[in-house]
Design a protein around this ligand. Structure first.
Ligand SMILES: Cc1ncc(COP(=O)(O)O)c(C=O)c1O
Length: 486
């Protein structure tokens, strides 16, 4: 696959976006004005009665009442009863246009019938798991190899977190080196060695409560896009070389946190060249981009061949147990090595990993995405939303901005993830903007729009022009009610 085949209509200018991010971070926080907030809270109190009641009960038995990091808590989370195409319905019967899409896995739209029917067939035949091999495992592995030739072999696991863990372990085992370099702000799941510099660059072990320093001793972060700086990728690889070496450079290829801090067009190719120079493996975390940016993933768009690729979300077609790692046969073979092979084994596992249901769901979802052109359709829906929202932002005298990498959209108004760790008021700003982010998210919800944390959106094939145009009008109603906090 080449860039021409990609679903991205353009690559947003990373430097311009970094300037816009700085403007938003330096400006006063924007919040929903008092009248719109009253309307929003009234919506929740009068229209979401059953959600409120069930969440109050849930909080007695579930910490915080919710188990999904991407769920909105303000004023209380919704209890969802039904999902279909672009829509969700809560238990009170309210309908929402859903731009969370399960956190990214459903490019075909919610509860897509042709995949569901195949999954039901598998469940009828052999239930969800037997613990033994099923033909869908190789069918899925072979299909992924067809779309992404760098994935010579594939090992299916239970989640993106597990897959990142497996990639790190395999890289260390294969290279005999310890250091892992990641990009600040990137989220690679919640395993001990990767909760480092998450969400905001430079935050190091800030979120690593409960993780001993020793577990993070060999994890390092660079600032997004920093190849040539004093502490950039080149310098770090060079320093590590004199202290045992770097096992892997782990990257989200569109930029950390799903492109919240986008990379320069040549960043991945330069990272590839440096990995070759210093004998480190290049690992692409395509948990979000894998198949959403096109069936060849971000690696096809950038025409960069990683040594390993990490999968999640789409790889099981929106069904549970979504994870896997794939790549060079020599590195991947360590997963099956062990006594007698002359090579030490990279131990991974999972009782319910690579079960027939998840493998079949992934296999049929990917085939359907190819047949229907779903990644392309989802990306065009995002472009359409962009055209409409940018026209509204043009009318407003506010530092908000919108961009999309195919069907991964950023609509930045609260900018909590764009704050600068070195700002002396960082902590005060984070807590203020977390609050405004929650209020903005609540105002979108009351307009019938579900987003990821009030700033990120995933579109799907189910987002027709009509769905997008209606959503754009509702986004505009909220955007026009945002005012600087005095
Ligand atoms: C880029 C990236 N890597 C890894 C993960 C972890 O995947 P999972 O939630 O399946 O453990 C995520 C989850 O959102 C992600 O966005």
């Amino acid at each position: 696959m080449t860039e021409q085949d990609s679903v991205l209509s353009h690559w947003p200018d990373a430097k311009r976006l970094a300037e816009q991010a700085k403007c938003l971070a330096d400006a006063p926080a924007y919040a929903v004005n008092a009248e719109k907030m009253r309307e929003t809270l009234d919506y929740f109190e009068t229209k979401c009665i059953r959600s409120k009641r069930s969440l109050e009960e849930a909080a007695k038995y579930i910490p915080g009442g919710i188990q999904h990091n991407l769920a909105f808590n303000h004023p209380f989370p919704l209890s969802i009863a039904k999902a279909d195409g672009p829509y969700l319905w809560d238990t009170d019967g309210n309908r929402y246009t859903d731009f969370l899409q399960g956190g990214g896995p459903s490019v075909l739209g919610h509860n897509y019938a042709p995949v569901r029917e195949k999954v039901m067939e598998v469940l009828q035949e052999c239930g969800p798991a037997t613990g033994l091999f099923h033909e869908y495992e190789w069918k899925l592995a072979e299909l992924i190899h067809r779309y992404m030739p760098s994935v010579e072999m594939f090992r299916m696991l239970g989640s993106g977190t597990e897959a990142c863990m497996a990639a790190v372990r395999a890289a260390r085992n294969f290279t005999g080196k310890k250091k892992i370099i990641k990009v600040g702000a990137a989220y690679h799941g919640w395993s001990d060695s990767l909760v480092f510099g998450t969400r905001i660059p430079g935050t190091g072990s800030f979120e690593a409560a409960g993780i001993p320093d020793e577990a993070l001793a060999h994890t390092q972060e660079i600032y997004p896009n920093d190849i040539d700086g004093e502490n950039g990728l080149h310098a770090l690889l060079d320093r590590n070389q004199r202290a045992g070496g770097t096992a892997a450079v782990l990257l989200e290829p569109i930029g950390p946190e799903s492109g919240t801090r986008p990379v320069d067009r040549d960043f991945n190719a330069r990272a590839r060249a440096l990995c070759d120079e210093f004998g480190a493996l290049l690992v692409f975390d395509e948990v979000v981009t894998g198949f959403r940016l096109g069936l060849g993933g971000a690696q096809a768009y950038f025409d960069v061949r990683p040594d390993l690729t990490v999968f999640g979300k789409c790889v099981a077609g929106g069904y549970p147990a979504a994870g896997g790692v794939g790549g060079r046969a020599d590195v991947m073979s360590t997963f099956s090595a062990g006594i007698g092979s002359g090579q030490s084994r990279t131990l991974v596992g999972g009782t319910l990993s690579a079960n027939p249901m998840s493998a079949a769901a992934g296999y049929y979802a990917l085939l359907e995405m190819e047949r229907t052109g779903a990644p392309e359709k989802a990306a065009r829906a995002a472009d359409r939303l962009g055209t409409k929202i940018l026209a509204v932002l043009d009318e407003l005298d506010a530092p908000f901005f919108f961009y999309n990498h195919g069907s991964i959209i950023h609509l930045e108004t609260h900018g909590v993830l764009l704050l600068d760790m070195t700002d002396p008021d960082f902590f005060q700003k984070v807590s203020q903007r977390k609050k405004t982010a929650q209020e903005i998210g609540a105002a979108y919800t009351a307009e019938g729009l579900i987003t990821v944390a009030g700033s990120r959106l995933y579109t799907s094939m189910a987002d027709t022009d009509e769905v997008i145009d209606s959503a754009a009008e509702r986004f505009a109603r909220v955007l026009r009610c945002l005012e600087p906090v005095q």
